[in-house]
Design a protein around this ligand. Structure first.
Ligand SMILES: C[S@@+](CC[C@H](N)C(=O)[O-])C[C@H]1O[C@@H](n2cnc3c(N)ncnc32)[C@H](O)[C@@H]1O
Ligand code: SF4
Length: 430
């Protein structure tokens, strides 16, 4: 399916607005003074914990990661627990924890110890964790019963040609082997989710459909379908992975195809679908507007300020070991950018309740974002009734594009701190 003129114009406009907003609001500055992250009594926060190790790297992935060394990883996990203790001492409590990577289960005993510790410190009720397909052996997973509620497994695709191009065929197995691994885990943890990526160069409708239908035929509860994000940081390595493949953009066509093929799965946000009633969301930014990040390169978003923990592993570890704050940089969103950001994340999650939104942000949504709301309404991307704004089918796609832009914008922050650029002090001063 093709977009009509108004839809194309809306996407063009939305991307432009988002890029402009990110450019102005992601004005990251070094933080040299002591930062006091403190909880507010009436707020609910989510905890994000980053495990930045992988055995090998995939060409599309810009997440903060380092090559695995066991000794270093053990020191890292010990310091992560120390950072959790420090967060607790500030008075924070959390009901939900999201563990992201990297390869989160790369050192299972250390992860178990850290999850148990986090559960002892905080009132955590739900734990979501990412995994690659090499850490889903049923016997290993049983050790996480009672510790992980939702495991999202990075499949990306079941197509062998693409798996080879993205260097995952030899690492994690062929499409057939991935299916076999996934067929053995049903029921071990409460919720299993599969991550797929669509719009790879050269990918066809048949391939996308095959990925979606194969996932549905497995005993899994959720499917997340990410559009391929080609941030400037990864553009070259993606292009070289796909070589001569013509880079046609089929994003909207595939997005529509996926939504039409979801059968008994229903959307839980712009890109995730669930077979069940429970709604453990995969997006910590989407469902919890304020979060505390622990670990190297993690982000926290508190009261309109984005904080960045040290990306460099040694630097992060030195800081925590020396009782210093791991935060090295940050930026405060102005009121409009904050309203815009939270409007997007709520819309991405399926609905904005205007009165609740206004109270939470002490704002007047319809006035502050008058132009944006008018534009989205004219483009038939949102519907407004009484106190509620919901995205239409096309609006869901707009949200997905904007969320993708947001993630790629965060890569701008990662790019500033890439080890190849030299020390973080140099980078943040640029
Ligand atoms: C941080 S990764 C960790 C997954 C795990 N280490 C693995 O490789 O299976 C979480 C998910 O983000 C998605 N992802 C990572 N980079 C992406 C990109 N450039 N575009 C779209 N999705 C991406 C993938 O679907 C991946 O499974
Ligand atoms: S996709 Fe997973 S395994 Fe690949 S580099 Fe990213 S975090 Fe590591």
């Amino acid at each position: 399916m093709q977009m009509n003129f108004t839809q194309s114009a809306t996407i063009f406009w939305a991307e432009k607005v988002m890029r402009k907003a990110l450019n102005s609001s992601l004005n990251i500055q070094p933080i040299k003074q002591k930062v006091e992250r403190k909880p507010k009594p009436d707020r609910e926060y989510m905890l994000y914990m980053h495990v930045p190790f992988c055995h090998t790297f995939c060409p599309y992935c810009s997440f903060n990661k380092f090559h695995y060394e066991e000794k270093k990883a053990m020191q890292y996990f010990a310091l992560l627990r120390h950072e959790l203790r420090k967060v607790k001492a500030k008075g924070f409590d959390f009901k939900t924890l999201y563990v992201g990577g990297g390869t989160t289960l790369i050192n299972e005993p250390e992860l178990i110890k850290t999850l148990e510790y986090a559960k002892k410190l905080f009132s955590i009720k739900e734990v979501s964790c990412e995994s690659d397909p090499n850490h889903i052996d049923p016997n290993s997973l049983r050790r996480f019963q009672g510790l992980i509620d939702r495991l999202s497994i990075g499949v990306q695709t079941f197509n062998d040609d693409i798996l080879k191009k993205i260097a995952r065929y030899h690492k994690f197995g062929s499409g057939q082997m991935l299916q076999e691994k996934l067929s053995k885990i049903g029921g071990i943890l409460p919720t299993f989710s599969v991550d797929l990526i669509f719009n790879f160069p050269g990918q066809t409708e048949e391939m996308v459909l095959h990925d979606v239908l194969t996932s549905q035929a497995l005993d899994i509860d959720q499917i997340t379908t990410y559009p391929l994000m080609k941030s400037p940081l990864m553009r070259e390595s993606i292009a070289s992975a796909f070589g001569h493949e013509k880079d046609t953009n089929n994003e909207y066509k595939f997005y529509e195809l996926i939504r039409g093929a979801m059968n008994d799965f229903r959307p839980i946000n712009g890109w995730a679908f669930s077979r069940k009633q429970e709604q453990l969301s995969d997006e910590y930014v989407g469902s919890h507007s304020e979060y505390v990040g622990v670990g190297s390169g993690s982000f926290s978003f508190l009261d309109g300020t984005l904080y960045v923990n040290a990306f460099d592993l040694d630097k992060y570890m030195d800081k925590i070991a020396n009782e210093e704050n791991a935060i090295i940089a940050g930026c405060t969103f102005n009121h409009k950018d904050r309203v815009r950001y939270q409007f997007l994340t709520s819309l991405f999650d399926g609905m904005v309740q205007i009165e609740t939104f206004n109270k939470a942000l002490n704002t007047n949504l319809k006035r502050v974002l008058a132009k944006e709301i008018q534009m989205l309404r004219l483009a038939k991307a949102i519907e407004i009734s009484d106190d509620v704004i919901v995205p239409t089918d096309f609006g869901n796609y707009v949200c997905t594009v904007l969320m993708k832009e947001f993630y790629m914008g965060m890569d701008k922050v990662r790019a500033m701190f890439r080890p190849t650029m030299g020390s973080e002090e140099i980078a943040v001063n640029q």
